[in-house]
Design a protein around this ligand. Structure first.
Ligand SMILES: Cc1ncc(COP(=O)(O)OP(=O)(O)O)c(N)n1
Ligand SMILES: Cc1nc(C(=O)O)sc1CCOP(=O)(O)O
Length: 198
């Protein structure tokens, strides 16, 4: 079984690869491969490169959306949303994978737990500029109310301040895009996030 990271950095494309060893060396324990424009073959290649870059540091890799790619590459897990394979079906295919499920309220967290998820990606906790079509921010109070059935990974507009508030409200950890990749000093930002979720 895999230990659930406290901090996931989402990896969106091959442009992000050069910084991965430094981020993992800075204490980022988890990476999620989320390339929405990749073909299946490209996603497999990207996941393998991410695994090679961060495995020496003991970091874990989760593949967004695609349980087949997670299994084919030996990644630690998969993250599933409402449009993806249902959690229960993924769990039947992959008894040993870390399976994350996107949840927006406590009822969804309870359902994901029953279906065999390992954690819930709970969000957006704050306003995110990285994904279109998200609902209004849920806030850390809603996160606290949803905590219990599964470890929660807060996502959406998470920076170090939001990460601290999310942890205080009961989150196990956080997942980020902009707070690292759009920061002028991504490694310093990652170190600050690592401290915030410790
Ligand atoms: C940790 C975490 N939580 C939620 C999401 C969102 O996943 P999903 O609903 O599948 O949406 P897309 O990422 O596919 O746009 C996530 N990726 N990670
Ligand atoms: C991919 C994603 N999913 C979300 C959700 O709430 O389901 S928020 C989000 C984007 C996270 O990026 P940032 O850290 O830049 O806000």
């Amino acid at each position: 079984m895999f230990v659930l990271p406290r901090l996931f950095c989402l990896v969106s494309s091959t442009d992000d690869l050069a910084l991965l060893p430094a981020l993992a060396g800075a204490g980022v324990e988890g990476f999620q491969v989320r390339d929405k424009s990749a073909t299946t073959a490209e996603l497999v290649d990207l996941t393998r490169v991410v695994l090679d870059a961060v495995a020496p540091y003991g970091a874990r890799v989760v593949v967004n959306d695609r349980v087949d790619v997670a299994l084919a590459t030996g990644a630690a897990g998969v993250h599933l949303g409402a449009d993806d394979l249902p959690v229960a079906a993924a769990r039947r295919l992959a008894p040993d994978l870390l399976i994350g499920a996107t949840c927006r309220d406590g009822e969804a967290v309870r359902r994901a737990a029953e279906e065999g998820a390992s954690y819930a990606g709970f969000g957006p906790v704050a306003r995110s500029g990285s994904k279109a079509g998200l609902p209004e921010p849920l806030g850390t109070r809603a996160l606290g109310e949803a905590a219990g059935p599964l470890p929660l990974v807060a996502i959406g507009g998470v920076d170090a301040q939001v990460a601290r508030a999310a942890r205080e409200a009961g989150a196990h950890g956080v997942a980020v895009i902009a707070a690292v990749w759009r920061h002028p000093d991504p490694i310093a930002a990652a170190k600050e996030l690592v401290r915030a979720v410790a």
